[in-house]
Design a protein around this ligand. Structure first.
Ligand code: PLP
Length: 455
């Protein structure tokens, strides 16, 4: 068997050069050509059909174009038809328009990030998001970190080498394999376990606090699981009062960060940061991209003296967000403060859509599919909040159901389409939940379905 050689790097470059954008760095072009020729050599060794220099040159040009195409970033935009409002694998919350615009402006221009406008001197890092947080939670001060795991790691460092007391019912894994005991250990503090898995009372904290072993009492909201039956958790105000009698700091990780009463949507009530501040927590941590509905961030709100200590911690620098996140978060919080969350934040707008409206949209889509010869029906389903929030809680919704064999293959074709659609398959039917689709995207959903159903 005679070895087949790929075209030389020089010949591939000669074929590509006339079609490459002016100003392209020749070294980058050569490196890409070498990689492509190496791939071709490997493919030939596997028995692939040889390709000539012209073909490889064309592939090289297309590759460079794709690398500079923002739509080909690998973070492919999808239509979320899963019925999970905050889908962690789909990047949780879609930002409100104001946050997108603020982020774009901040990204594309120098900004007054750390400059005092009046004096032109260095000033504190932009505090707008923190000012909104103070106004929205009633806390004395606020500090924004990159996510809640970071906020927690920074906050529990206040214990120094002393103990962090946590109820055994709250020693949880918060996702991505991150566990509360490990966060405490990495911060250099000691974990002091209190109570039992199902029942812990404020009185269980009395002895560890009285012994002086404990500098921080940490509460962690059970945001992604539920314990039912014979359970008890300490009352936040009672526990805070007890901790304060022993000069301990109370940190309350509520995780989800609801700034509205989720009960108005028929969901269980999620703890709100303002409630926990009012109940005596010294610091409260939560997420920017869960129920707040904005960018990934980990705000900490609470007592000014403690926030000042956190700001001085070198770790604060390691977990500080960039200008784009700060701009998007400030815009999202501005919407909350202006009372516009239920209309302008996609998460809450979608949660608030009426069943009648979903029925109407489903009927229109069913009719359009029928006109093209495809059978589908509108089916009542339950949507969930997701993102590690409100476990077991559901919202009534309506899905387009497409039955028959091949529902899994249809779901695969939808993910591969343009626009890509992520739907779910249940009992042999493909379900496209309309609650998590923006109404303006219904025509795109229809086009994607028609393309995927084409024989
Ligand atoms: C989600 C969650 C976290 C982690 O939040 P990230 O912003 O994803 O880091 C921490 N604690 C609780 C209680 C949570 O629900």
């Amino acid at each position: 068997m005679s070895a087949v050689h790929p075209p030389s790097v020089e010949r591939v470059l000669a074929a590509a050069r006339p079609h490459v954008a002016a100003g392209t760095d020749p070294e980058a072009l050569t490196a890409a050509a070498r990689a492509l020729v190496a791939e071709e050599r490997a493919a030939l060794a596997e028995g692939a059909a040889p390709r000539n220099a012209e073909t490889l040159g064309g592939i090289l040009v297309a590759r460079l174009a794709a690398w500079t195409d923002p739509r080909a970033s690998g973070l492919v935009p999808v239509l979320n038809a899963t019925g999970v409002l905050l889908h962690t694998n789909l990047g949780r919350a879609a930002w409100p328009l104001a946050a997108i615009e603020a982020a774009t402006l901040a990204a594309g221009s120098p900004v007054l990030l750390e400059m005092d406008r009046a004096t032109g001197r260095r000033g504190p890092r932009s505090r707008l998001a923190e000012e909104h947080l103070v106004a929205l939670t009633g806390a004395e001060d606020a500090l924004v970190t990159v996510n809640t795991a970071a906020a927690l790691a920074l906050a529990v460092g206040l214990a120094g080498r002393r103990g962090v007391a946590v109820s055994r019912g709250e020693l949880v894994e918060i996702g991505g394999g991150v566990r509360i005991p490990e966060i405490i250990r990495r911060a250099g503090a000691r974990l002091v376990e209190v109570g039992t898995t199902n029942r812990t009372r404020a009185a269980d904290f009395a002895e560890p606090l009285a012994s002086g072993r404990v500098a921080v009492v940490l509460r962690v909201h059970s945001s992604n699981f539920r314990i039912e039956g014979f359970t008890e958790a300490p009352d936040p105000a009672e526990l805070a009062a007890l901790a304060h009698r022993h000069d301990a700091i109370v940190i309350d990780d509520v995780g989800s960060g609801a700034f509205l009463d989720t009960a108005v949507f028929g969901l269980a009530h999620e703890p709100m940061p303002a409630e926990r501040i009012a109940a005596g927590a010294d610091l409260v941590t939560f997420s920017g991209d869960k129920l707040l509905g904005g960018p990934q961030a980990g705000p900490i709100v609470g007592r000014a003296e403690l926030i000042a200590r956190l700001r001085r911690d070198p770790l604060a620098r390691a977990v500080r967000p960039d200008k784009v996140t700060l701009a998007a978060l400030a815009a999202t919080l501005g919407i909350w403060r202006a009372g516009r969350a239920r209309t302008e934040i996609p998460l809450w707008r979608q949660a608030g859509v009426s069943l009648a409206e979903l029925d109407r949209r489903a009927a229109a889509l069913v009719a359009a599919l029928a006109a093209a010869g495809h059978a589908a029906e509108a089916r009542p389903v339950r949507a969930t909040v997701g993102g590690g929030s409100l476990p077991g809680e559901t919202l009534p919704s309506v899905a387009l159901a497409i039955g028959g064999r091949g529902a899994n293959a249809l779901a695969t074709r939808l993910r591969a389409g343009d626009p890509a659609v992520v739907a779910r398959v249940e009992e042999g039917a493909l379900l496209a939940d309309l609650r998590t689709i923006e109404p303006a995207d219904d025509p795109r959903l229809l086009a994607a379905l028609l393309a995927a159903l084409r024989p």
